[in-house]
Design a protein around this ligand. Sequence first.
Ligand code: FE2
Ligand code: FE2
Length: 215
Amino acid sequence: MLSMIKLRSIGAPIPTLVTKDTDMVHPTPGDALQLDLRTGLPDALRVLLHDYPRAGWDAHPGYDGLIRFWLDRHMMFRRILERLHTQTEETLDRRMAFDQFRWETGRLGSTFVQELHGHHGIEDAHYFPVLSGKDKRIARAFELLDHDHHALDGHLNTFVERANAALQATSTKDTAIGDFHSTVADLTKMLDRHLIDEEEIVVPVILHYGTGGLG
Ligand SMILES: [Fe+2]
Ligand SMILES: [Fe+2]
């Protein structure tokens, strides 16, 4: 199902978010592994991370441009959400002008949704199918990440709805601003969980098996 949503302050269409029926195709992970409940990867999916701990990644000869570029994208998503959270707080505290809040939220919100949606699309269509075939021990980890993407689609839709409501507010007293602030905080928590786990699955695979097939 496709839906077109706009962040109104800039009048540009927000990229389509795809809501997929995941239940028929993708097995549901156990409750403890759901994105909103998970506190980390289970031990069975950390076998390569044990050999390639995060602290040693940047000293490894295989830590090349592709990994750096990909991790930089993750950092960009974290920074945009942090900025949105901070400026919404500043607006609620009347330290940021409402017009500036609307402009910045429209600009940053649109970039965030568009770039994250594209990022997930590349991972789903290209990275995950290639990487999941490299080590059968952690193939299930990529099902988990795929499930995260579907869960995040729903949270991104909520993010866009709440952003649009905040952009239509007529004053900083409107409850839509506070609702958007909470939504950004919730999304930050869930996206960070996904990014940390994804990095700790994908980087060790690439360091061990190389970038063959990723192009
Ligand atoms: Fe992802
Ligand atoms: Fe990613």
